[in-house]
Write a protein that binds this ligand. Structure first.
Ligand code: ADP
Ligand code: MG
Length: 288
């Protein structure tokens, strides 16, 4: 039978906005020693804004933005949303003849007779497109029109206000290691890791690479260590399933993530994680 104290713990966590799907997860949370956070939508707001457009090969800024917005029409990725917002105009869906979203890369679409690609270095590499390698403060979305490099759009996100505090609190609670896993580029990852005070970061990862990082951490850990992964679920449902404890952000997160996760943070605040660990530990003391 399940000790009564657990129900108190789950109830207390729920009142704090932390939904724990079973007493075993509350127990595991109390022992958390290694925390891996996803970046976008988890440590950062996931609300991107277009901050700059650089053109190449005779294209204009307006053209690049229009092509990119059309290509991203069917995407819900935060980058896609930023591009569509910057474009600002109604999109006639009938023009979109083909659309493919390539996880961790970007999108490829056919707009009437024009082939458009929008995405990162990896996407362009995959299709052998010569392009600039940029070191900029922000996420880069390259735009390719009919196989020709048209330039790039810089999109920036901000850290959540309570993210640095969350990491400090986790350390205070004795968590050994706080890391970030992201599909974004190294420059962005390094800057975010510095602002938040993370121990380590792993950048330019595909969704399946994120699973591999968790497995590596699993291999290196002490038998007593418990690995917690926190994500918003856009492309990271497999990682949520793989970690000892999978925590999803519930407000902006995807339905798939909320379903897969063991624990859901209802208001998307990273500082709810140390709060949950504290509640879980108190519950342990009542139970035993
Ligand atoms: P994160 O790990 O930051 O949550 P994702 O795995 O969702 O990121 O995406 C990784 C990278 O893939 C993004 O930083 C971006 O470069 C590229 N990307 C993914 N989807 C899109 C898209 N719809 N449009 C442009 N680029 C995209
Ligand atoms: Mg994400």
């Amino acid at each position: 039978s399940i000790p009564l104290g657990y129900f108190g713990g789950i109830g207390k966590a729920a009142r704090e906005g932390i939904l724990v799907k079973g007493s075993n997860f509350l127990d595991a949370l109390s022992k958390a020693t290694i925390i891996a956070f996803d970046k976008t939508g988890t440590l950062t707001k996931g609300v991107f804004k277009v901050t700059k457009i650089e053109t190449r090969n005779g294209f204009s800024e307006e053209e690049i933005l229009r092509f990119a917005a059309l290509a991203e029409a069917h995407s819900n990725h935060p980058i896609a949303k930023a591009i569509k917002e910057a474009y600002g105009k109604e999109i006639n869906e009938a023009q979109i003849k083909e659309h493919e979203e390539i996880a961790g890369h970007g999108v490829k679409a056919r707009i009437d007779g024009t082939e458009i690609m929008v995405g990162n270095d990896r996407l362009l590499h995959r299709f052998n497109i010569e392009h600039d390698t940029c070191h900029v403060k922000g996420t880069v979305a390259h735009v390719v029109v009919n196989g020709k490099y048209a330039g790039y759009i810089i999109i920036s996100d901000e850290i959540k206000e309570d993210a640095p505090k969350a990491v400090r609190e986790l350390k205070r609670l004795g968590v050994k290691k706080v890391v970030m896993v992201t599909g974004d580029n190294k420059d962005v990852a390094e800057e975010i890791a510095r602002q938040i005070g993370l121990d380590e970061f792993y950048a330019e990862l595909l969704p399946e690479d994120k699973v591999r990082v968790i497995e590596e951490l699993e291999k290196k850990k002490d038998p007593k260590d418990t690995i917690v992964f926190v994500g918003d679920g856009i492309n990271d449902a497999p990682v949520l399933a793989r970690a000892d404890v999978g925590v999803a952000m519930g407000a902006l997160g995807s339905d798939a993530a909320i379903e897969t996760a063991d624990i859901v943070i209802m208001d998307d605040k990273p500082s709810k994680l140390p709060m949950g660990i504290k509640t879980a530990r108190k519950t342990q003391r009542i139970v035993w």
